[in-house]
Design a protein around this ligand. Structure first.
Ligand code: HEM
Length: 229
């Protein structure tokens, strides 16, 4: 088992499983975020965010999610470094000549750019909500249906209403995430051994579907606040 996890294929399996886990988180995150577009009073989104912040099961999952990110980033770095060491010149030749997509050849750089986005994103929201002493905005509280909660909707809305630069950053983040997933999704299934000629095509279609949904879904939120104000 120890040998498997440190072997090249073992590392790829870890990358794949952590990646698929992160995709499942993003599905929930996106569904919750889209509540902002459904109810402009913000109540629905605030209730959703409050549920996520207080539900005991989610509290258990949160550190696992953080660990998922750390493992995915760490293993990606180890694998990329090992690959570069093992075939520095052949890699460069193949990457140009083979029929690989731009995203598949640039997964690490795409991942690194998403990480930069993620650090800024955590500073914008997570820090302001969870560690207000280190934040840059005073988080307001409201009462919805008799329950006092953080006004996360106003935190998000104000960020996008007050800064075109942040809107552009979040749209770029959504597009980078989409590009990362066009390759990452089907390649994850291939790494765990679930792929053949027929399934590869099908999984590629599903990958493009997820990539499109994430890019448009996350990207549309700042666009909505630019338009609606
Ligand atoms: C328009 C796009 C987005 C908006 C408005 C948004 C909004 C938020 C908000 C308000 C929170 C804090 C929730 C809370 O802790 O109560 C949050 C947390 C988080 N977001 Fe986003 N997000 C967006 C896109 C993304 C993307 C693209 C990613 C990943 C690449 C991402 C990853 C995360 C993570 C990891 C957390 C911390 C989860 C936790 O432990 O609570 N978000 N987001």
């Amino acid at each position: 088992m120890g040998n498997f996890l440190t072997s090249s294929i073992g590392k790829k399996v870890i990358m794949s499983l952590s990646g698929l886990f992160l995709i499942s988180f993003l599905c929930i995150h996106l569904a919750l975020n889209l509540l902002m577009l459904v109810d402009s009073s913000g109540d629905l989104f605030n209730q959703g965010a409050h549920f996520m912040a207080t539900n005991p099961l989610i509290k258990i999952v949160e550190p696992i999610l953080m660990l998922g990110f750390v493992i995915h980033i760490l293993w990606a770095s180890i694998l990329t470094l090992q690959n570069r060491k093992a075939r520095p010149t052949r890699y460069a030749m193949n990457s140009q000549s083979q029929n690989a997509t731009w995203s598949s050849r640039n997964m690490y750089i795409l991942g690194a750019m998403i990480l930069v986005f993620l650090v800024i994103h955590m500073y914008n929201f997570w820090i302001n909500i969870k560690l207000p002493a280190f934040g840059n905005t005073a988080l307001a509280h409201i009462v919805v249906d008799g329950v006092k909660m953080e006004d996360t909707y106003t935190l998000v809305a104000d960020l996008f209403r007050n800064s075109i630069a942040y809107c552009v950053l979040y749209i770029a983040g959504a597009i980078l995430l989409g590009l990362h997933i066009t390759h990452g999704f089907w390649s994850a299934f291939q790494s765990v051994g679930f792929s053949n000629a027929i399934w590869r095509k099908r999984l590629e279609c599903v990958a493009y579907f997820f990539a499109f949904v994430f890019a448009v879904g996350f990207g549309i939120i700042p666009i909505y606040f630019i338009i609606v104000g």
